[in-house]
Design a protein around this ligand. Sequence first.
Ligand code: PMP
Length: 306
Amino acid sequence: RITETQWIWRDGHFIPWADATIHVLSHSVQFGSSAFEGIRAYSTPKGPAIFRLREHLERLLHSCKIYRMDVPYTLDELFEASREVVARNGVESCYLRPMVVRGYGTAGMVPIGAPVETYLPCWPWGAYLGDEALDAGVDACISSWQRVQPNTIPAMAKIAGNYLSGQLIKMEAIANGYAEGIALSPSGVVSEGSGQNVFMVSKGTIITTPLDGSILGGITRHTIMQLAADAGIPVRELHIPREMLYMADEVFFTGTAAELTPVRSIDRITIGAGRVGPITKQLQTEYLGIAKGQLEDRHGWLTHCR
Ligand code: PMP
């Protein structure tokens, strides 16, 4: 369940949480056309800090651009509004969910005539795959659902409708006793989780899926690739056949919600030693250390809110 906060920013104003409602016939409700983001603010010794806010807002505006949604705000305006909504709600750490919605006003599928509305809610949210997952890892499966073909529904846009695929993957995984599913791409190689990118480690090299039109360009993915490069760990972007995951020394998920979650088994096949591996642990410690203000923010990834 969502833990409510007091205020939501909507189109330049702060409105009470309960007032952020839209009509059932809003375009986005009927046709899945809202663009959104998922961003975390962490508690740091200097108060709450939003992790990689600028990159998330850039991706939001790119998603809108792909879908020809005219957002009447600049990145800088959304940046300040995001800082303010965290500060005003008095939360130490939270999840921010910016949403650009096509509202009420058109009967048909073509959105001409439907207004574009922008919302910035935030609320406290703990570990996405459970508190234990970050330490112990999760059991995942290869999903029977594949991702969409490139040039059908664009995977690089973070749009509500894309998450029909994620929901099928996640519900199937849970129904079969797994924490998460890994989808294959239309060509049958590894794509991504329901809301995470996938990484593997083999003989000291980190391997992840390229931006091939079947995955979201994850900001945590970029963070981990940067941290690995900083640490002198080789990183390669390669198409990964599913059996390479079974053969890997380590596998992990990355995502704003999932953070860096180790995967200890896939399809009941143990990965490596079946517990968090050394490179996974090193990168997780570094990533969360920077996000929580315990390690130096050498890439300028943190935005303090007050
Ligand atoms: N893939 C999908 C489908 C996602 O929903 C997410 C979460 N936004 C990710 C990957 C990871 O992206 P990020 O690291 O930017 O949160």
